[in-house]
Design a protein around this ligand. Sequence first.
Ligand code: FES
Ligand code: FES
Length: 187
Amino acid sequence: MIPNSNQTVQFYLDDELIQIPIENQQETLLDFIRLKKNNTSVKEGCGEGDCGACLVLQAQTEQGKLVYKPVNSCIKFVPALHKKSIYTAKYISKSLQELHPVQQAMVTCHGSQCGFCTPGFVISLLAHYLDSQSKKANEDEVINAISGNLCRCTGYRPIIEAGLQMQEFNEPIRFSRADAFSVERLQ
Ligand code: FES
Ligand code: FES
């Protein structure tokens, strides 16, 4: 739902409630995160929705159920965030005070070198982790989950391995399939 031009956009960014008038319809979520919130952990690559460096996790309720998906913040405009929750990869480990299983698997499998693409891959794998009905890893599904991400230096094999191993770690207290906290807040 996008509010009218005289209304206020209300959404959560990394658990902070954001309420802003719709004064600049052209502002992207990427600019808002990097320039207004000084959070440069979300990267700008192509700026056109092709590389996945700017991915963030979006949560919204659909029929009382929390649905997660990765969104390219470089082509997502702020008014479209109304009544949604957005999480950055950096905040996920900060709020848990430890690495999420997806992040731990990336470390264990050496899925990162320069790190520029890494937050984006973490978000794609996390969305897949949260939406998977089964804990059984499936290589085709992992490859499909990261099909919107580009990496220039690591190569994809270690990242696919991380996607296969992430299910083997203990489920965290948040950002798990049973995350009731976020459902309640968005309703
Ligand atoms: Fe490349 Fe957003 S910066 S998809
Ligand atoms: Fe350098 Fe992926 S780790 S671009």
